[in-house]
Design a protein around this ligand. Structure first.
Ligand code: SF4
Length: 391
């Protein structure tokens, strides 16, 4: 592959319960086939390591996402990381992130994870208000969130990301301010703050449709978005992507690789992968391939045992799709979309491929920087429709 580095995503699809807004590939469970699932992950990893395009790749980042990866024992995470190191060259500064939910993890487990090579934690805090945790159907308490943050630091994690959610039904601006104040008091290196999304088919969306809850108005959501940005900026966190904020140098390298069109290999049930050129399931692709594993964990294990991989569906990108994806992903980042990079990658001027860029500029939705177009404040509030204009 033209890129020499790749990112690795490992999906752990179990949670202790299912949050009503969640549409991820997750399953509520009290027990899970940890060993057998790890066998499949390692098998799949080994299969890709023997084939182009990942055969030539150096792994720069590993991200254990879910689901709730903190349910897995550190010994299992170690086994997977050892397999990664055996199968691939890894970057000297390998970033290894693991998502953890309060209430599933104590200091010993944090210490264990740190000792097996996890060097970045993403903690699903969401809010420090019990009433809002309940509205979100989160099973952990505020005390468990505070304990998890303290325990992570005691275990030696010096790269913590904290997830917050806003625009929750009945949430007030004062509650959001208080959440931000408490989040900043823990001095995480990184904060992700997402507006609550009503995904089709989720219990929360059914509640909305039945009138049992009311969503906050668009104006309030926009105000909350501004509040998040202003509060975190004043505490020294720069917005480097629509919903992500970091202290200097603490941006999530794994996510940056996605936004920059880098190759990523997703292992596990329902995981997504992308290669900007051909891949084993589409050797004739010329504008990139993306694929998704079968979603059901048992079927995924069966597929890996039978085929060596868990691929369910794949899609060859057309040139138009590849160009559009390059643009909207780049516009997610505060540094924006480089017309020169676009031309170098696709051999065509950006304004020829997407003439509506001029209109976006005239409407004040994007602004030119040093050879880059970035979303303005007005553009950030309309980000999703601007991204869709490149599809
Ligand atoms: S903890 Fe996260 S992944 Fe699990 S159900 Fe809740 S939102 Fe979904």
């Amino acid at each position: 592959m033209s890129e020499t580095t790749a990112s690795l995503y490992v999906h752990i699809p179990w949670c202790l319960s299912r949050c009503p807004y969640c549409d991820f590939n997750t399953y509520a469970a009290r027990e899970w086939p940890e060993e057998a699932y790890a066998d499949a992950l390692v098998g799949e990893l080994t299969w890709y390591a023997a084939r182009p395009p990942f055969r030539e790749a150096t792994i720069a980042t590993v991200f254990f996402g879910g689901g709730t990866p903190s349910l897995f024992r550190p010994a299992t995470i170690e086994r997977i990381l050892s397999a990664v190191r055996d199968a691939f060259p890894v970057a000297a500064e390998l970033e290894v992130t693991l998502e953890a939910n309060p209430g599933t993890i104590d200091r010993d487990r944090f210490t264990g994870l740190r000792s097996v090579g996890v060097n970045r934690l993403s903690l699903g805090i969401q809010t420090f208000h019990p009433r809002l945790l309940e509205a979100l159907g989160r099973r952990h308490s505020v005390e468990e969130s505070r304990a998890a943050l303290a325990a992570a630091r005691e275990a030696g994690f010096d790269n913590l990301s904290l997830d917050l959610m806003y625009a929750v039904p009945t949430q007030t601006q004062a509650e959001l301010e208080a959440d931000l104040t408490e989040a900043v008091a823990f001095a995480p290196e990184h904060v992700s703050a997402y507006a609550l999304i009503y995904e089709p088919g989720t219990p929360l969306t059914r509640d909305l449709e039945a009138g049992r809850i009311q969503r906050v108005s668009e104006d309030v959501e926009a105000e909350m978005f501004e509040t998040v940005g202003a509060h975190l900026a004043s505490a020294g966190y720069a917005r480097y992507e629509v919903s992500n904020y970091a202290r200097p140098g603490r941006e999530a390298r794994h996510n940056q690789a996605y936004w920059r069109g880098g190759p990523y290999l997703g292992l596990g049930a329902g995981a997504h992968s992308y290669a900007p050129e051909a891949a084993p399931m589409a050797a004739d692709a010329s504008h990139g391939v993306r694929w998704q594993n079968v979603r059901d964990p048992a079927r995924y294990r069966t597929a890996v045992a039978r085929d060596g991989h868990g691929v369910g569906e794949h899609e060859r990108l057309t040139r138009t799709q590849a160009m559009g994806e390059f643009c909207w992903l780049a516009l997610r980042e505060a540094r924006g979309l480089s017309a020169a990079d676009f031309q170098a990658r696709f051999g065509a001027p950006l304004v020829e491929a997407f003439p509506h860029v001029a209109a976006l500029r005239d409407e004040g939705l994007v602004e030119p920087g040093d050879d880059r177009l970035a979303l303005t404040r007005k553009g950030l509030l309309l980000a999703d429709s601007i991204f869709a204009s490149f599809f």
